[in-house]
Design a protein around this ligand. Structure first.
Ligand code: PLZ
Length: 440
């Protein structure tokens, strides 16, 4: 590893160089683009981000679940370096190249199910979600799309309509795309023990009464909800929903933008309950930090759009494709699915120990290296976003990058790169334990 894998602060955070850059940012970039950390990055590798003042920070965010193989993972660097010297772009729709085809073949192999598949590549998660909806509509000849409470699917017009939370994603940005309907999901911590089958029955009843299967093109769902609060549905919910879709001519779309590529301790979160989506949307962890996204699915559905109906100037850019092949090779060769499960075991046991001592840790949950704690007012289930913010800020000031999420903003989430060391994890959770001790 090229960077020393140790947290080390050489200035107060933010240091003087970061403060200077922040002043420039505020003068040049609109405030609509938020900032979690007040420091600017200079380098990153393994589980460490180094800022422009030379501080070594522990990364529990992976740039929002992107650098799953680590930032500047060695195979990714080598593959992209070779590709950038060969050619940067031709446009796959103008002069195709083999990297795109190889990524498609690889995704057709590693995604759930061994049916005949096709893959089309894009740039961002939102763009891929939009295209999954286009493909489902072309295939079914129907318009309606159903999504769920607490869902997050992106910031473009259609995906804003699909995203549940108003602030900060939607407020003032409408009108939104039509024919998007929202159903109740499964949220074990807040569902009063409703089991997965019952939660699915509740959703299906609402879908049948309020939309009608004959109008419904697609059901789009995150198998573990990300921005909405790392909500893992009760066992049986996803299989029941997928079975209903199958029986009713509705395309079942898994949005695995945040959960995909070893993150949850399986290659894909759908694998855990052997759910086979008709279409699966991927991005983030796919390419080790380069922008790439994909829709992969059943050949008969993917072939529905007319010739020329799918595309985009940069979709499947050759650098991003080279990075994706190297990232997926890294996941497979380095056993990162198993590493995610090790991280789960280590972190969950620490969080549970903390929870025993502190009843503001309402729920500890997640899988693999996608873990969270939902914070509440002591002894109640009332969300406590202030505590989440204060604990995160405490960690930030001590050099631990940690993110929050949740419809109520009260969830601390942990998304370390799978290349992080056990020592760094220990150190980071020592800081978090101290935060809970000090913050009242
Ligand atoms: N689907 C499940 O998690 C992106 C958003 C960060 P893009 N999540 C991080 C922010 O505040 O913008 C996401 C996701 C799921 C779709 C998306 C959208 O992916 O690559 O950000 O467009």
């Amino acid at each position: 590893m090229s960077l020393e894998q140790k947290r080390r602060l050489v200035t107060e955070l933010p240091g003087p160089r970061s403060q200077e850059l922040m002043e420039r940012k505020l003068a040049a970039v609109p405030g609509g683009v938020g900032t979690t950390m007040l420091v600017f990055a200079a380098r990153a590798a393994g589980g460490i981000v180094v800022d422009v003042d030379g501080n070594h920070l522990i990364d529990l965010g992976s740039g929002i679940a992107v650098t799953t193989v680590g930032a500047s993972a060695p195979r990714v660097v080598a593959a992209v370096t070779e590709q950038v010297a060969a050619f940067t772009h031709t446009c796959f729709m103008v002069t195709p190249y083999d990297g795109y085809v190889s990524v498609a073949e690889t995704l057709n192999r590693v995604t759930p199910g061994d049916h005949d598949k096709r893959t089309v590549l894009f740039n961002s998660g939102a763009e891929a979600v939009e295209n999954a909806v286009k493909i489902a509509r072309a295939h079914t000849g129907k318009d309606a799309v159903v999504v769920f409470d607490h869902a997050y699917h992106g910031r473009t017009n259609l995906t804003m309509a699909m995203t549940a939370k108003n602030m900060p994603y939607k407020h003032g940005f409408g009108p939104f795309a039509p024919e998007v309907y929202r159903a109740p999901g499964s949220y074990p911590y807040r569902d009063n023990g409703l089991d997965g089958r019952a939660a699915a029955a509740r959703a299906i009843d609402q879908i049948e009464k309020q939309i009608g299967a004959d109008n419904l093109a697609a059901c789009v769902i995150e198998p573990i909800q990300g921005e909405g609060g790392f909500i893992e549905p009760a066992e049986g919910f996803l299989p029941a929903l997928a079975a209903w879709c199958r029986a009713n001519g509705v395309v079942f779309v898994a949005d695995e933008v945040q959960t995909g590529f070893a993150r949850t301790g399986d290659m894909f979160a759908c694998d855990r309950e052997k759910v086979i989506p008709d279409l699966i949307v991927t991005a983030k962890g796919i390419a080790g930090g380069l922008p790439l996204s994909a829709v992969t699915g059943r050949a008969e559905i993917m072939e529905a759009p007319h010739a020329g109906g799918l595309g985009g100037t940069y979709g499947g850019n050759p650098l991003a494709c080279a990075a994706a092949l190297a990232a997926i090779e890294t996941i497979e060769a380095d056993g990162l699915v198993a590493r995610a499960r090790e991280i789960e075991a280590a972190v969950i046991s620490r969080l549970r120990r903390l929870q025993v001592e502190d009843n503001r840790l309402g729920d500890v949950r997640g899988r693999g290296a996608m873990l969270a704690v939902e914070l509440v007012r002591a002894g109640t289930a009332e969300p406590d976003p202030r505590l989440a913010r204060d604990v995160a800020r405490y960690a930030h000031q001590r050099g631990v990058i940690v993110l929050t999420c949740g419809t109520y903003g009260n969830v601390l989430r942990f998304l370390p790169p799978l290349s992080i060391s056990d020592d760094l994890l220990d150190d980071a959770f020592d800081v978090l334990a101290a935060a809970f001790g000090e913050i009242r």
